[in-house]
Design a protein around this ligand. Structure first.
Ligand code: AMP
Length: 146
């Protein structure tokens, strides 16, 4: 069975790079559309002197999102992934990966086995949560030193 739509979760880490290469190979092989997602995890510190969210924190979040968009764009352009298949979301990677996968209706999610959070575990925390909650197949790609 060939996959038609895939989502690769890319965190700019080495293992994310490995997952991206594998997803790109598979998408080429299956002639599938490859979507790419990066989740900005920034959580503004609560500073009640400015109310719930201060203007400075909003600016910083916007900057992080803009910077992630331009980093993702340069990676996506090299692989020929069009703009409408690039996603930058704000929040928890575990939740956003599954949410975007459902919104797009992908039949395969590709993640790295370990990225920034996961060393020491057999399957990293993001990968294991995605495997547990996704409604579609999930491929977890091991990094070269794992
Ligand atoms: P980790 O849970 O940090 O070990 O990450 C494992 C894998 O989850 C990474 O290789 C990515 O595929 C994915 N992932 C983790 N954090 C993010 C993120 N912020 N944005 C997109 N994908 C992520």
């Amino acid at each position: 069975m060939a996959y038609k739509k895939m989502l690769v979760a890319y965190d700019f880490s080495d293992s994310g790079e490995k997952a991206l290469q594998k997803a790109n190979e598979l998408a080429g092989h299956d002639k599938a559309k490859l979507h790419i997602l990066h989740v900005v995890e920034y959580l503004p510190p609560v500073d009640t002197s400015f109310g719930a969210v201060s203007p400075f924190e909003v600016d910083l979040t916007d900057q992080l999102v803009e910077s992630a968009k331009s980093r993702l764009a340069s990676v996506a352009e090299k692989l020929g992934i069009p703009k409408e298949q690039r996603w930058v979301e704000l929040g928890s990677p575990k939740l956003e990966i599954v949410r975007v996968a459902e919104e797009v209706g992908v039949d395969l999610i590709v993640v790295g086995t370990h990225g920034r959070h996961g060393f020491g575990l057999l399957l990293g925390s993001t990968a294991s949560s995605v495997v547990n909650h996704a409604l579609c197949d999930v491929l977890s790609v091991r990094g070269k030193d794992e």
